[in-house]
Design a protein around this ligand. Structure first.
Ligand SMILES: C[S@@+](CC[C@H](N)C(=O)[O-])C[C@H]1O[C@@H](n2cnc3c(N)ncnc32)[C@H](O)[C@@H]1O
Length: 301
């Protein structure tokens, strides 16, 4: 075992005691094998040609970590890919609810003439920023401030499609999922999009998330690995570079990205599917076959 790995085995339990951030704690509480799998997965990502454009960023980003609420805005390409996905999944007047929008997807959708988008977030500054971006546009999104951990909070829409990019720890993922499920409680043809990196979770935790969706009659109809990329900067970039060196997956000096997968779930009533094999801890060699992991056909009743 290399020196860095040996050192890490000593440091990991100390960091677990000391660090407060729940997503960092989630990573630290994974087994060494699971941590390596996540890092190996991240090392596979080959960014597309980067498009310059507006990304939400506060000047206080590094000083104000508690108020950031796990914010990690995606690349401009990712935002566009999500909008293209929604164009293929629904009509322009379908009701879309974005639970959390530091990715500025509501702005992207407004530019593409989606007429019934609601974005909800606990960050008032972010919502103000989106309203300024959308000011010249005809189809402005509804912007609703709120805290998803408040059970009483209601974003005020029964969406056809609800989209979450939850924080990468089990507790907060479940909180975001609760709000998403609450919003589509009465919709038996709802679609739920979840951007998440399954490698961030131990097998049981990940299974708990999938089981919960299944109990709520949601079936997986599509899974696209590494659909989302989030540019890393500062300390997070440094830590990832160090982690990649530790597992022997050295990187060039270029920018590093965190990535997450796209999972499309539909209420069972409208989707009949045959899941042939799906396991989150997919080997990277299977990546090209990932799109065919889930065979599905949608059958309208
Ligand atoms: C959770 S972040 C994306 C996290 C990212 N996937 C990660 O873990 O690195 C997405 C959005 O959710 C918002 N958010 C975080 N906690 C929230 C809460 N309790 N209530 C409402 N919105 C919240 C953030 O402000 C952000 O704009």
């Amino acid at each position: 075992m290399n020196m860095l790995l040996t050192l890490w085995k000593v440091i990991n339990p100390l960091c677990l005691r000391w660090i407060q951030n729940e997503s960092a704690k989630q990573f630290l509480s994974l087994s060494l094998a699971e941590q390596k799998k996540l890092l190996a997965d991240l090392s596979q990502y080959r960014g597309k040609v980067s498009i310059e454009g507006k990304v939400y960023k506060k000047w206080s980003f590094y000083l104000d970590t508690i108020r950031q609420h796990f914010q990690l805005p995606c690349t401009v390409e990712t935002r566009r890919d999500r909008a293209v996905l929604l164009e293929s999944l629904c009509r322009k007047d379908d009701k879309i609810l974005l639970l959390g929008d530091d990715d500025l997807l509501s702005w992207e959708l407004a530019q593409r003439d989606f007429t019934a988008v609601t974005a909800s977030d606990c960050d008032g500054e972010l919502l103000h920023h989106i309203s300024q971006l959308c000011a010249p546009l005809a189809n402005k999104p509804r912007l609703v401030p709120g805290d998803f951990s408040d059970q009483e909070f209601d974003p005020g829409v029964k969406p056809d499609v609800v989209c979450i990019d939850p924080p990468y720890n089990l507790r907060w993922t479940q909180i975001f999922l609760s709000k998403a499920l609450q919003s589509v409680r009465d919709k038996d043809d709802a679609c739920l999009l979840m951007m998440i990196n399954p490698h961030c979770f131990g097998t049981e935790d990940w299974q708990a998330i999938l089981d919960r969706l299944q109990r709520n009659s949601f079936e997986l109809v599509e899974h696209r690995p590494q659909f989302n990329a989030y540019p890393l900067q500062g300390l997070s970039s440094l830590l990832l570079r160090w982690g990649l060196r530790m597992i022997g997956a050295g990187t060039s000096q270029g920018p590093l990205y965190f990535t997450s997968d796209l999972f499309v779930f539909k209420r069972r009533k409208f989707a009949q599917l045959v899941v042939t094999s799906f396991h989150p801890a997919m080997e990277s060699a299977n990546r090209s076959a990932a799109a065919t992991e889930v065979e599905w056909k949608v059958a309208s009743l």
